[in-house]
Design a protein around this ligand. Structure first.
Ligand code: IPM
Ligand code: MG
Length: 369
């Protein structure tokens, strides 16, 4: 009897449905080879959930996710739901809420270069060649989950100026939250090149000072053999484009990780290449690091590779199907080596590159499996 894995599909908004469809094709192609079955159940999240159910993460969706072995998500958001009115629902709240509800505190974002794409990066190929970074982003704490409010200040703040709106976001971390993400980073480093760069803003923020203390304590007590480097976030942003090869594991809090991972993605040539795994103590969730790209949604030109690579991470981390995950990476490498490109990874200086759309790119990967 083959094993069945239940997968909750959350295509979401924008290009989400288009790229999730390609990942499903790839999974279905792999299933017989590994004698497994994938049982997909689709549910709503983000803007489409606001439209149909009035909220970005309906309870029904959470129920499907909780009853699954893993969640594969596309992307959420779009101009239709953009608002600066804090009282209106936003698609992104659905994503933040499912991360919180499933306890997904670790977000792994591997930044890897496919050598065929080293020309596609906006950085010089000698800078990006050989880059291999594991970004470990804390995902359920910090500013994105702190108390926030906005109000009209009738009195005015004395010397700081008169009446007007005031907005407050709170950045808070608890010791155990830092401890557990630090452990994830050190564990990842053990299986890699043994170096962790911990990113903070300890020259200004108290949360960062505590972060630094706790990371060092976990290091000294449990992982003394790992090399640990502290780096300020502004310097890290610069070092990532100056000399990205110096990084092995990069661990940081939620917002810094959000920003630095977009920056790091560009090293790979495109945000369309960056997969991610969000892991906690229960069901895990896998999604590309990019957004819903509403500007190209519905045109069949989006790059499905980050979504397909995220499905690969799901096979590896959620189902322990390491070989099947390696098949996906190998197939993508071959497709890229043959010169097939979606628009975002096309190198203007390489006229031999062959441009294909979303579905054709998915078919090529399937054909190479
Ligand atoms: C990401 C996205 C999300 C985040 C948004 C859509 C809430 O930018 O996954 O990086 O900030 O985490
Ligand atoms: Mg982001």
């Amino acid at each position: 009897m083959s094993k069945t894995y239940k997968i909750c599909l959350l295509p979401g908004d924008g290009i989400g449905p288009e790229i999730v469809a390609e990942a499903v094709k790839v999974l279905e192609k792999l299933a017989p080879k590994y004698d497994v079955e994938f049982d997909f159940t689709e549910a709503l999240i983000g803007g489409c959930a606001i439209d149909e159910a009035g909220e970005p993460l309906p309870q029904a969706t959470l129920d499907v996710a909780n009853a699954s072995d893993a969640v594969l998500l596309g992307a959420v958001g779009g101009p239709k739901w953009d608002t600066t009115d804090s009282t209106k629902p936003r698609p992104e709240q659905g994503l933040l809420a499912i991360r919180k509800e499933l306890g997904l505190y670790t977000n792994l974002r591997p930044v890897q270069i496919f050598s065929a794409l080293s020309q596609a990066s906006t950085l010089k190929s000698e800078i990006v060649e050989g880059v291999d970074i594991a970004i470990v982003r804390e995902l359920t704490g910090g500013l994105y989950f702190g108390e926030r409010h906005r109000y009209y200040d009738e009195e005015g703040a004395g010397a700081n100026g008169g009446k007007g709106q005031r907005a407050v976001d709170t950045l808070e971390y608890r010791e155990y939250e830092v401890e557990r993400i630090a452990r994830q980073a050190f564990e990842a480093a053990k299986t890699r090149r043994g170096r962790v760069t911990s990113v903070d803003k300890a020259n200004v923020l108290d949360t960062s000072r505590m972060w630094r203390e706790v990371v060092h304590r976990v290091h000294d007590e449990e992982y003394p053999e790992i090399e640990l480097i502290d780096m300020l976030v502004d310097n890290t942003a610069m070092q990532l484009v100056n000399n990205p090869r110096q990084f092995d594991v990069l661990v940081t809090e939620n917002m810094f990780g959000d920003i630095l991972s977009d920056e790091a993605a560009q090293i790979t040539g495109s945000l369309g290449m960056l997969a991610s795994a969000s892991i906690g103590d229960g069901v895990s969730l896998f999604e590309p690091s990019h957004g819903s790209a509403p500007d190209i949604a519905g045109r069949g030109i989006a790059n499905p590779l980050a979504q397909i690579l995220s499905a690969g991470m799901m096979l590896q981390y959620a189902f322990g199907m390491t070989e099947a995950a390696a098949d996906i990476t190998r197939a993508i490498t071959e497709v890229l080596d043959e010169g097939w490109r979606t628009g975002d990874i096309k190198d203007p200086e390489t006229p031999e590159d062959k441009i294909v759309g979303t579905a054709a790119m998915g078919d090529l990967v399937v054909a190479h499996l």
